[in-house]
Design a protein around this ligand. Structure first.
Ligand SMILES: Cc1cc2nc3c(=O)[nH]c(=O)nc-3n(C[C@H](O)[C@H](O)[C@H](O)COP(=O)(O)OP(=O)(O)OC[C@H]3O[C@@H](n4cnc5c(N)ncnc54)[C@H](O)[C@@H]3O)c2cc1C
Length: 465
């Protein structure tokens, strides 16, 4: 990377209409921080962009001056790809506007918007598109890598619902990608991550959801962990179409008002069931749980969809020291549950746990080659082992916990890759394995067409063919 002179920086400040921050400027330290508190990198420059033209100018400046580019959407990538040491951080978080056309059932969101903004705007019309479980996450990285959440069973992944995108390319050109415009780019964007350009605007299809949905949360201690996970597996397989589920494996009971104090921080497993139909249908769906597998505590309540999306926000606060490794499971087999029983009690931090996502329903209706998502369309689960700590000691201990747990789960996993959005350590072999040879080859062709110099490489990187 080249050394920038004060004159280079001044010239950029003059030619760039957005905000430029260098170390020492007010706001620089806040702007360079990403969600994962374990990442501490200092870019030479931060270019805060509010338009595609500003993004184009920032890319040109970086390329003219041989600066490594990092694109910062919501800043939630565990590996910290939104910030590069000594490079140029293109911060598109100011591009956070969302507009909704309720008749057409479409939302258009700026490339740096969060799910919070998109959910709130769409829910004003009783509409939503599948997002993640934590609404301060960016729509950018999450959608480009796939996007699993509460609505995956109803409507597929976030990327399955992308209708079009505005993209600033490595050559600083602004192009549109959709099914009938630059369709190779459109295919690659939906699952291939930030490899192909900076997406300055996302257009999503919307679906009728809520505004009230129904939550059911049931918790068991580790002493009945194996039984609880086997029960939850069988229960989730029989859920009605308008209900979906999520497993919080190795979760410590939160100190929340609905949790009796004696259980605060008790390690165990939680089964969450969300009903998108009537409260009565939901009550009937979850009733058998109490009889078959009485929980230590539960919470069954109607909840606004936006509140459901924010329910875990505080438990995943900015600055958390975080590390994760994930794999795909065809099923939660008894053998996999035995591995969980061995490793769940060994975590150090109460906030470390294994978010376990179901891939079912509408997710399975998409053809696998319809877009670049790497998880296949055979269903199963995304099993994510996530360390989340607030002291360096807990962080070190739980990073080791994640690695040992993940190694032990590998024999039960499908393939050797994993969901690209849940990878703290990314290497080329794992990225290739995450997509499989055919998809990787097609992605590499798209990369060669749209970013042959690999300008956008701070991501689960695809090598240009
Ligand atoms: C607390 C937490 C909860 C999560 N929950 C879920 C979940 O429920 N479901 C799920 O699927 N994933 C989830 N994730 C993972 C999430 O999908 C990834 O961390 C994702 O990378 C976050 O996107 P971002 O825009 O916030 O991150 P960033 O760090 O800003 O970006 C991530 C990557 O995408 C690129 N990028 C971002 N925006 C753009 C853009 N507009 N154009 C081009 N490239 C872009 C960046 O350059 C970087 O390579 C969660 C992550 C965290 C930290």
């Amino acid at each position: 990377m080249a050394q920038l002179t004060a004159g280079d920086v001044d010239a950029f400040r003059t030619s760039f209409t957005g905000t430029v921050l260098t170390s020492g400027d007010d706001g620089y330290d806040t702007a360079r921080a990403v969600w994962n508190g374990a990442i501490d990198r200092s870019p030479a420059l931060i270019a805060r962009c509010s338009s595609a033209d500003e993004v184009a100018r920032a890319i040109s400046f970086a390329r003219e001056n041989d600066l490594e580019i990092a694109v910062r959407g919501g800043g939630h990538n565990y590996a910290g790809y939104a910030v590069s040491e000594g490079g140029l951080m293109i911060d598109i978080s100011p591009m956070n506007q969302v507009s909704v056309d309720p008749q057409a059932r479409r939302a258009v969101a700026g490339g740096g918007a969060t799910w919070e903004a998109l959910d709130a705007a769409a829910q004003q019309h009783g509409l939503a598109t599948p997002g993640g479980f934590i609404s301060h996450t960016g729509i950018g990285g999450l959608t480009l890598g796939g996007g699993v959440g509460w609505l995956t069973k109803r409507a597929g992944l976030s990327c399955d619902n992308l209708v079009s995108a505005e993209v600033v390319t490595a050559d600083s050109l602004t192009v549109r990608a959709s099914a009938d415009e630059n369709s190779d780019l459109f295919w690659a964007l939906r699952g291939g991550g930030g490899n192909f350009g900076v997406v300055t605007s996302f257009e999503f299809a919307l679906h009728e959801v809520g505004p009230l949905v129904n939550l059911g949360l049931f918790f068991w201690g580790l002493d009945r962990g194996t039984e609880a996970l086997r029960f939850s597996r069988d229960f989730l397989a029989k859920l009605p179409v308008d209900a979906t589920g999520f497993l919080a494996v190795a979760l410590s009971a939160p100190p929340a008002p609905f949790v009796p104090e004696r259980y605060h921080f008790l390690p165990g497993h939680a089964l969450l069931v969300v009903g998108l139909g009537s409260p009565e249908a939901h009550a009937a769906a979850v009733a058998p749980i109490r009889e078959a597998m009485p929980p230590l505590f539960e919470l069954v309540t109607p909840i606004p969809y936006v509140a459901l999306q924010q329910m875990f926000n505080e438990s995943a606060a900015w600055g958390t020291l975080a590390y994760e490794k994930a794999l795909y499971l065809d099923e939660l087999s008894d053998a996999a549950i035995a591995v969980i029983a061995e490793h769940a009690p060994k975590k150090a931090s109460p906030e470390s746990f294994c978010p376990t996502f179901l891939l079912s329903g509408a997710f399975l209706e998409k053809a696998d080659d319809d877009n670049a998502f790497g998880g296949g369309r055979t269903g199963g689960l995304v099993f994510n082992i996530s360390a989340a700590a607030h002291t360096p000691e807990d962080y070190e201990a739980d990073r080791a916990w994640v690695r040992a747990f993940w190694e032990a789960m590998r024999p039960h996993a499908r393939g050797t890759g994993g969901y690209v959005n849940f990878q703290s350590d990314v290497d080329e072999d794992r990225v290739r394995a995450s997509y499989g040879p055919e998809k990787y080859a097609r992605l590499a062709q798209a990369k060669a067409a749209w970013d042959p110099q690999n300008v956008f490489h701070l991501n689960a990187n695809i090598r240009p063919a």
